[in-house]
Design a protein around this ligand. Structure first.
Ligand code: ADP
Length: 423
């Protein structure tokens, strides 16, 4: 056997083992690489699913934020905005502007709730939040270009990642304008109710006071009547009875006035159409006697409008005001009364002016209260102007004395809404 054959024989098992090993390694590598590519494909598919879900989530979230009624603003620690939804743009009345946080109050015209004091940069809760501070909620007002604005309650919080590192701050703005309007209306209503209550208290006091004095008179004269009857003094008896009758008449008159006053709020047809010119001329015709008696000149403006109201009740208003103008002329040698009408906003304003004794500033409010009289030398009950007030207010208007210093005369005006009720 040759030596080379010997070597070959000796190496044969080793070579066989090596070849087998190589084949086995090749197989393992192939299997492993196939598995690796399967894993890679699986991982890629998983990643695609994950990023798809993530982007769907992001889309949903941004749609929700964009359609929210609340303003949402998210900023990075340096003040750059990441989110500024459309409600926030509507609230601040502008698009976000890239300015440093110190300039936010002026840029977005952010005021305190008093609507006049500009917020200090340090007071901005979003600015505090992007610095990692957790601020208290803040009530503020954003002024708009058109002169209006929005009242808000703002809540801000710092935004952090799971390790607590600061990512920025988020601000939610809740529009409270409507709520404030309702609160304001409620406060005005309560104030109105309280003032009516006070007026009612005053009214009850005055009425009982006025009714008491004829009662006291009656009681006094009834005592005298008994004495005079006992003494058989027929002359004094007649006088006593006359006084009692007078007091009873006074009381009857007061009750009559009160009854009429109680009816002043009853407006039968506030939506009726009234030709003001025709109405005033008719009142003047009815008062022809007293006007001539006073030697007064009555001027009625031309082109008077047609308005809405209860003709019968408005007739009483003009009659009362013209009668008063005649009654309180004092010693004016050439009495003049003028009737004018003007349109102001939603109202028609009617005024009756005279050149009589006038009313001092301090008395201009109280003359509209029942039984309140300033000039007592002239006959009257002090109910006329209270009646006028009641009728005008039942129409949705108001009444006032516009001018009138002593000696210069008075101008009584009242307003009536131009639009018919429910019209
Ligand atoms: P009366 O005329 O019965 O006194 P009113 O309620 O009509 O009651 O008026 C209340 C008071 O207002 C009057 O007593 C008078 O002092 C004052 N007053 C009313 N109208 C005029 C007027 N045109 N000029 C001056 N004072 C007036």
């Amino acid at each position: 056997m040759s030596s080379s054959l010997l070597v070959a024989n000796a190496l044969a098992p080793w070579i066989a083992a090596s070849v087998l090993g190589a084949v086995a390694v090749g197989l393992v590598v192939a299997v492993l690489s196939r598995r690796a590519s399967t894993m890679r494909a699986e991982l890629e598919a998983e990643y695609r699913d994950y990023s798809g879900a993530l982007s769907r989530e992001r889309e949903t979230l941004s749609t929700v934020i964009e359609t929210m009624a609340e303003g949402v603003v998210v900023a990075e620690p340096d003040g750059r905005f990441v989110i500024f939804n459309s409600a926030a743009r509507r609230i601040v009345d502008r698009d976000p502007v890239d300015v440093p946080p110190e300039e936010w109050p002026e840029t977005y015209r952010a005021f305190h709730s008093d609507m006049t004091t500009l917020l200090d940069a340090d007071e901005l809760i979003l600015r505090q939040a992007i610095r990692g501070v957790e601020p208290e909620p803040l009530d503020a007002y954003f002024r708009h270009d058109d002169g209006g604005g929005v009242h808000v309650r703002g809540i801000a919080k710092p935004v952090r990642d799971e390790d607590g590192a600061l990512l920025g701050g988020a601000l939610v703005l809740h529009d409270r304008t409507e709520r404030r309007r309702i609160e304001g209306e409620r406060a005005a209503l309560i104030e109105d109710l309280e003032s009516r209550n006070r007026e009612l208290g005053r009214f009850t006091y005055t009425v009982s006071h006025e009714l008491r004095s004829p009662l006291v008179t009656i009681k006094g004269f009834l005592g005298l009547l008994a004495q005079d009857a006992e003494a058989g003094n027929a002359e004094r008896l007649a006088l006593d009875m006359e006084r009692i009758t007078e007091a009873v008449d006074t009381m009857g008159g007061l009750l009559e006035d009160l009854l009429e006053l109680s009816r002043s709020g009853v407006v039968v047809d506030a939506a009726g159409t009234v030709d003001l010119g025709g109405l005033i001329r008719e009142v003047v015709r009815v008062l022809d006697g007293p006007i001539e008696g006073a030697g007064a000149e009555v001027r009625i403006a031309d082109n008077l409008p047609t308005l809405h109201g209860d003709r019968t009740r408005l007739f009483e208003v003009f009659q009362n005001l013209i009668e008063n103008a005649l009654k309180f002329m004092g010693d004016q040698p050439s009495p003049k009364i003028a009737l004018r009408v003007r349109e102001e906003d939603e109202y028609t304003i009617c005024c009756v002016s005279d050149n009589g004794i006038g009313i001092a500033e301090k008395d201009r409010e109280r003359v509209f209260r029942v039984f309140e009289r300033v000039e007592t030398s002239v006959e009257g009950s002090g109910v006329g102007l209270a009646l006028v007030k009641g009728i005008v207010e039942a129409h949705g208007g108001s009444v006032w004395v516009e001018s009138g210093e002593a000696g210069v005369g008075s101008t009584f005006c009242f307003s009536l809404p131009r639009r018919a009720p429910n019209g």
